[in-house]
Write a protein that binds this ligand. Structure first.
Ligand SMILES: [Zn+2]
Length: 61
């Protein structure tokens, strides 16, 4: 299975999909923010409006 990396939308820390599944209430393990995670780094989110934003349904696939 290909590993997908997600980026904290607050501190831009990389988190693997496996790590995301174990997060406490979806909080970033680095900065503790629950700002959310995206498959695109924070700095690129303006350029990639169609970036996948993680939600609960992603864990069910
Ligand atoms: Zn963070």
């Amino acid at each position: 299975m290909e590993e997908i990396l997600f980026y904290c939308q607050d501190c831009d820390a990389k988190v693997s999909s496996e790590q995301l599944g174990m997060l406490d209430e979806g909080k970033c393990p680095t900065c503790g923010s629950n700002y959310g995670f995206s498959t695109s780094p924070k700095g690129e989110s303006d350029q990639f409006e169609e970036a996948v934003v993680l939600n609960d349904t992603d864990f069910l696939k």
